[in-house]
Design a protein around this ligand. Structure first.
Ligand SMILES: Nc1ncnc2c1ncn2[C@@H]1O[C@H](COP(=O)(O)OP(=O)(O)O)[C@@H](O)[C@H]1O
Ligand SMILES: [Mg+2]
Length: 395
């Protein structure tokens, strides 16, 4: 509680307010494509000693992103080391404030983003890590399978153009066919759901290479987003190539509502590169949704657990980024063997499947739930306001 506490010396208070404001720049409204600070959604920051109260104004009271924004604000503020408590007070904007938000340049830029074949209601999650070999592709594939087993339709865009591995990990092979000049993803059922995949691995055959030459190669990711029949996906997972380069920036331009899941392994060095990937994402106004730690503890057949690469790395990275740790996947030889056999562990009923099922649950229910996205705040409001402005409907 803030009542009855000394506010503290004014200089410290205002410095702390600034720190809070600064860290809130990492809270991105994926619908509006900007930070909540720059959108004017942070109305007030009150610092009393080590207690912080943030007043947030949402575009509409019933914004489906409300919980997410609250969680993100809480996570960011709590990542400051002096903060003991965070209270968030939520209000909604009046018509004037809303108009100001909608007039922001980035929203327009976002509206100007090229059309893609990804439905408005699809939640787009890119799996990133600073470097290769941390298990990005394994996590992508198993998360997709675990989400499909919840009855969902999940796309995987294998954006690792030169180092593609998704087809092998899923045991899928074949050639991409074209329908009306657009690529048809290959499809496989898991549980009551579906996984649809586009990868260079399906285009690499000789004939295919000729067919798509010029079309693909450098602009493959763009082609996969625009010239494909994804259909109605609940989620689209994008398996990014290692590093923090062009593909990420390209995504920020092509599909600005992409959110990042950052994969890290426990060692400190891995967290540092993963943190850079997160930084890059935020520079492109992409929301970082959470961290997944891979290759954490190893438990041998005698039941002894070894933290081969140290422990707590995922949690540390999550804390420093101010985002949730979505889960920790143990280091387990079955995972590698299943990948080689093209039989993802998430499709079984073993211990590893349970880990991925829990990660999928956390993603689908907490970290990046399917907001009734097409009916969600920003896009809906923008359309209604455009219609009002155009005189199509009464105000
Ligand atoms: N939790 C794990 N336990 C054991 N082996 C793993 C685990 N995660 C990934 N691997 C193995 O590590 C290697 C690299 O994984 P991969 O998913 O290809 O990483 P990335 O896509 O980040 O390069 C693969 O051989 C994979 O089978
Ligand atoms: Mg990979």
């Amino acid at each position: 509680m803030t009542e009855g506490r000394e506010p503290g010396p004014p200089a410290i208070v205002s410095e702390r307010q600034e720190q809070v404001r600064d860290c809130l720049r990492a809270v991105i409204d994926p619908e509006l494509g900007d930070t909540i600070v720059d959108l004017g959604m942070v109305r007030d920051i009150t610092v009393t000693g080590n207690d912080v109260v943030v007043d947030v104004a949402l575009t509409i009271a019933a914004c489906p992103l409300r919980t997410q924004i609250e969680t993100d604000v809480r996570g960011q503020v709590a990542s400051l080391d002096w903060v003991e408590s965070v209270e968030i007070r939520v209000a909604s904007m009046d018509a004037t404030e809303r108009a100001a938000v909608m007039a922001r340049a980035r929203w327009k830029a976002r509206e100007d983003a090229p059309e893609t074949a990804v439905a408005d209601s699809t939640r787009v999650l890119a799996i990133a890590s600073g470097k290769g070999g941390v298990g990005k592709s394994s996590v992508t594939v198993n998360l997709a399978v675990a989400l499909a087993r919840r009855g969902l339709t999940v796309g995987i865009l294998d954006a690792d153009i030169w180092g593609f591995s998704v087809p092998r990990l899923l045991g899928m092979e074949g050639d991409v066919e074209a329908r009306g000049g657009k690529m048809v993803p290959l499809e496989k059922a898991f549980g009551s759901g579906l996984v649809r995949v586009l990868s260079m691995g399906f285009l690499a055959g000789e004939e295919q290479a000729i067919m798509w030459r010029g079309l693909v190669l450098n602009r493959a990711v763009q082609q996969f987003l625009q010239d494909a029949h994804w259909g109605d996906l609940d989620y689209l997972l994008i398996d990014l190539p290692p590093g923090t380069g062009d593909v990420q920036m390209g995504l920020a331009r092509l599909l600005p509502r992409t959110e990042m899941l950052v994969v890290t392994t426990p060692p400190l060095a891995a967290q540092k590169v993963a943190a850079r990937a997160a930084d890059m994402a935020r520079k492109g106004y992409l929301r970082v949704a959470g961290v997944i730690e891979n290759m954490s503890d190893f438990t041998c057949e005698h039941g002894t657990t070894y933290a081969l690469f140290g422990s707590g790395g995922g949690a540390r990275l999550a804390h420093s980024l101010g985002v949730p740790l979505i889960g920790s996947i143990p280091l387990h030889p079955d995972l590698a063997a299943a990948g080689d056999a093209g039989l993802p562990v998430a499709d079984g009923d073993g211990e590893l499947a349970a880990f991925f099922a829990e990660v999928a649950r956390t993603v689908a229910e907490e970290v990046a739930p399917m907001v009734e996205a097409s009916g969600c705040s920003a896009r809906l409001i923008a359309r209604v306001e455009a219609a009002v402005a155009a005189g199509d409907v009464p105000a």
